[in-house]
Ligand binder design. Structure first.
Ligand code: SF4
Ligand code: SF4
Length: 380
């Protein structure tokens, strides 16, 4: 297992965690075998968004005395009024469901402001007592960190800019990244993503990724496989289905992403997802897929590392990620970006301009020019 820091929470999470949503309504032995398998693979973060009492109890029971071996994302506002999964902003209802979660797990590591996708969601969370409740929970030590969940880059940017959340869960995969932010991802689950809509990485999503790096907001990822559509022959929006290692590698190579939370529902599925660690670089490479849609990535780095190896061992994707953030506002580059850069083993001024990277880059990124700009922006 590999572990990454989840932004400014300082917590080290396993790059593959477990989303428990598909365990809902499953028999206890199946829940237990799935959780056991995840822990055997050294998973240390799980998402429990489901509001149902039975599934929550079964997860707590399956964890048993291993509660402290995992960090839990628990969602504030998830409710199941009338046995239906729902979003509630009504404080007495919200408290009832959250207190039940706290009773079962003792404390929650990441208290998530649940589902901020629309203007209305934003107002209901930040302009009522809802966010204050999360702050109260944190003050009491019931939750360790405040986070939120969203599928909408515009709303995620606004939520981050309130200064309250320290981390968040977001839907990340190549199809969503290329969907214009004016399109709502859920509208495309049933009808298909429609490659005619794709045109390179949506600028709002790129802005979100950069903002996260700038403010050190760690991201956990849902919908890594686009609800299974990206890996399906029938539903893929690309020329061919992606593989599990390609989807995982894509998500893990986005800025600020600390882990993915795949919704496995059996031990075999856990095993399948963790086979990512045995995959080769070639098997993880997703660039060919990105080139099958009507995409316009020319000149923009997608951090795929296809350009490696560099003879002087510059980590080109990592350096370019920092450059892209610095470019956001050249007059006010965050000190953390410069110090990140200074901590890299090999700096861009070591570039010999051999051009090997540019020959290999599928997106015609002007790497040599970028390395010169990095030296200018990040070393002064
Ligand atoms: S420069 Fe090109 S090959 Fe290298 S990480 Fe960026 S997009 Fe990928
Ligand atoms: S041009 Fe520079 S960055 Fe690219 S491979 Fe050569 S030394 Fe590395």
């Amino acid at each position: 297992m590999e572990y990454r820091q989840l932004g400014k929470t300082g917590k080290k999470v396993s790059v593959i965690g477990l989303g428990c949503e598909h365990l809902d309504k499953k028999p206890y032995p199946q829940i237990k075998e799935t959780i056991d398998a995840a822990l055997e693979h050294e998973v240390n973060i799980i998402d429990v968004f489901m509001p149902g009492e039975e599934i929550r109890e079964n997860i707590a029971k399956a964890l048993g005395n291993r509660r402290d071996k995992v960090m839990i994302q628990g969602h504030i506002g998830a409710s199941d009024v009338n046995q239906q999964y729902d979003i509630s902003r009504d404080l007495p209802t919200v408290k009832k469901y959250y207190e039940n979660l706290l009773r079962l797990f003792g404390y929650i590591d990441f208290g998530m402001l649940f589902f901020i996708d629309t203007e209305e969601n934003y107002r209901d969370v930040f302009e009522t007592g809802f966010a204050g409740y999360a702050e109260h929970l944190k003050k009491q030590g019931d939750i360790k960190h405040i986070g939120f969940s969203s599928h909408n880059p515009e709303m995620a940017i606004r939520a981050i800019n309130t200064g309250l959340p320290e981390m968040f869960m977001f839907s990340v995969n190549p199809a969503f990244d290329m969907l214009p932010s004016a399109e709502y991802v859920f509208d495309h689950f049933e009808t298909g993503f429609g490659t005619e809509l794709f045109k390179g990485i949506d600028p709002k999503r790129a802005e979100l990724y950069k903002l996260c790096e700038q403010k050190q907001i760690g991201m956990t990822v849902m919908k890594t496989f686009g609800a299974g559509k990206l890996i399906s022959q029938e539903h893929t929006p690309f020329g061919k289905p992606m593989t599990i290692p390609q989807c995982i590698h894509y998500a893990l190579s986005r800025p600020s992403v600390a882990c993915i939370l795949p919704g496995c529902q059996t031990a075999a599925e856990v095993q399948e997802v963790h086979s990512y660690f045995e995959s080769t670089e070639n098997e993880r490479d997703f660039t060919e897929i990105l080139n099958t849609g009507k995409n316009d990535f020319k000149g923009s780095c997608v951090y795929c590392s296809h350009c490696q190896p560099c003879p002087v061992e510059i980590d080109i994707a990592a350096v370019t990620k920092l450059l892209d953030i610095a470019r956001l506002d050249k007059s006010d580059i965050p000190p953390s970006i410069k110090s990140h850069y200074m901590n890299l083993k090999h700096k861009s001024d070591e570039c010999t301009k051999c051009g090997h990277c540019e020959e290999r880059c599928p997106f015609d990124v002007p790497v040599i020019k970028n390395m010169e700009e990095v030296a200018m922006l990040l070393t002064n």
